[in-house]
Design a protein around this ligand. Structure first.
Ligand SMILES: [Zn+2]
Length: 498
């Protein structure tokens, strides 16, 4: 009797335990987790990298493909495609993906997924060097391929850190089986070859552009190492025209001023920088970096591809220690003198020069001829061209166009030649308009400036006219007040043939 009772109790207990375990497993409260075997990413051609996800039994249950198409750039952004494929009896349910740089920030943009992703977050990483995409429930089915499209801004950074953690379910398994896979890779960001210091791999390298030692004598601005090498033309060209991050420009400038200009500045790579984004007109980016007593301002126009001009100002305490422009890796100190070879005209351009920039190719300096009345503005217009030759005397006309009254003026503040491909003729110009109540002459005017440049070496040129517009008014005491209205840029390309 006792035995039968005991057997009954044991059977009941076993049944109860079994039911509980079954319930726990069935409702996912207790499950079995398996770490998948993930080997390194292998290139499979066409810029595609692939990794297999292999289970304990040696079966491939999924694949991850990553494709960075540097050739299909949209502006400075290259598309990055991440695809996750699984076998029929396995589905992905969550993922966490980090895309980031190591030394410099990598900007990434996510294209909204093509199918329903119920909940995802996309944000910057804590160190600010990249982004994180997290999806809680992917809503995928076994056999599906999940695609995530990103746009990656090409930067100074050499390699993209790619870190992906995914969780998958094995369907129809008992107990419920969760598969986990983690992968890490550094994918090359730029297909272009780079020029780095042979001693420490530093990207802060410099060559005296415009001298006989250009692309031959090299200096590492970080460690001071000197080497001699002529890099292939396309490698050298891509080094000169690469877009540089503003933080890179900041450090590159300070290192250049320390190593080449011998200014007593601290090592920028050891400073703790803070940044302020300055408010600027649309189409421009401006940053003000601060560390200790140093201030570095970096300003540039966006979307300029290979011909970005970085306007720079370095202050140490209250002193401006350097001001200038970085263009295609050449540091050009600012020109402070107001050029004298400019002729201003108020009426001569009427009915001749409409608002805009004109390139003039003549035999000799047109300013002399106009001053001696041996040439008229109307005749000058006939020498307008987009193609000159080395023997031509090249000039630029900037015309504000026609106004019904006087009071509209034009003033050329500086003319700078920034050598490169193209060489940029960088003009800083001020336009002033009469404000309300300002007395003006009642006659049609056409404020025009003629800037003579002279003979130019053969090559491609781009005239950039940076216009700052002001409105003139007077205060109660009769003092002039100039109100800044905005900045705009007028451009005109031309060519000088042999
Ligand atoms: Zn070095």
């Amino acid at each position: 009797m006792i035995n039968r009772r005991l057997v009954f109790a044991v059977v009941l207990s076993v049944l109860a335990v079994f039911t509980m375990v079954y319930a726990l497993l069935h409702y996912g409260l207790l499950h079995y987790t398996e770490e998948l075997n993930v080997e390194g990413f292998k290139p499979v051609g066409g810029g595609v990298y692939c990794v297999d996800l292999v289970d304990r039994g040696g079966r491939t249950v999924g694949k991850v493909y990553v494709q960075l198409s540097s050739q299909d750039k949209v502006g400075d952004r290259a598309p990055l495609l991440v695809s996750i494929w699984c076998v029929k009896d396995v589905e992905v349910y969550s993922l966490r993906l980090i895309l980031s740089g190591q030394r410099f920030p990598v900007k990434a943009f996510l294209e909204a997924p093509a199918y329903e992703v119920p909940k995802y977050t996309f944000r910057s990483t804590e160190d600010g060097l990249g982004v994180i995409l997290e999806v809680e429930d992917l809503n995928s089915r076994g056999g599906d391929t999940l695609n995530f499209k990103f746009l990656i801004s090409t930067t100074t950074e050499e390699k993209l850190k790619f870190k992906l953690d995914i969780s998958l379910y094995r369907l129809n398994s008992f107990p419920l089986r969760v598969l986990k896979a983690s992968m890490d890779a550094y994918l090359p960001l730029q297909t272009e070859a780079r020029i780095l210091c042979p001693k420490d791999g530093s990207p802060y390298v410099w060559t005296p552009i415009g001298s006989r030692s250009e692309n031959f004598n090299w200096r590492c601005l970080e460690c001071g190492y000197h080497w001699m090498k002529t890099y292939p033309e396309e490698v050298y060209r891509s080094w000169r025209t690469a877009f540089l991050d503003p933080e890179f420009v900041r450090d590159y400038t300070i290192l250049y001023l320390r190593e080449i200009e011998k200014l007593g500045l601290p090592d920028p790579l050891k400073l703790d920088w803070t940044v302020n984004r300055e408010s600027v007109p649309p189409g421009k980016e401006a940053y003000k970096y601060l560390a200790n007593d140093l201030t570095v301002k970096v300003e540039y126009r966006v979307g300029q591809q290979g011909n970005t001009v970085y306007e720079l100002e370095v202050e140490d305490g209250d002193d401006v220690v350097w001001r200038g422009k970085l263009y295609q890796r050449k540091f050009n100190p600012a020109v402070n003198n107001i050029p004298s070879d400019v002729l201003y005209e108020t009426y001569g351009g009427l009915g001749v020069f409409e608002k805009g920039v004109y390139i003039i190719a003549t035999e000799s300096n047109p300013i002399d001829l106009l001053e001696k009345s041996e040439l008229s503005w109307k005749t000058l217009k006939e020498y307008t061209t987009l193609k000159g030759s080395k023997g031509d005397y090249i000039s630029i006309v900037v015309s504000r166009g026609e106004f019904p009254t006087g009071g509209y003026s034009i003033k050329i503040r500086s003319v700078e030649k920034l050598e490169g491909e193209p060489t940029i003729i960088y003009l800083t110009v001020e336009f002033t308009d009469p404000g309300k109540g300002v007395v003006v002459t009642q006659a049609f005017t056409n404020p025009t400036a003629l800037i003579s440049l002279g003979n130019l070496p053969e090559g491609e040129y781009l005239v950039e006219v940076h216009v700052n517009r002001f409105i003139l008014s007077y205060d109660k005491e009769g003092n002039p007040l100039y109100t800044w209205v905005g900045e705009e840029v007028w451009t005109r390309g031309f060519q000088v043939d042999p």
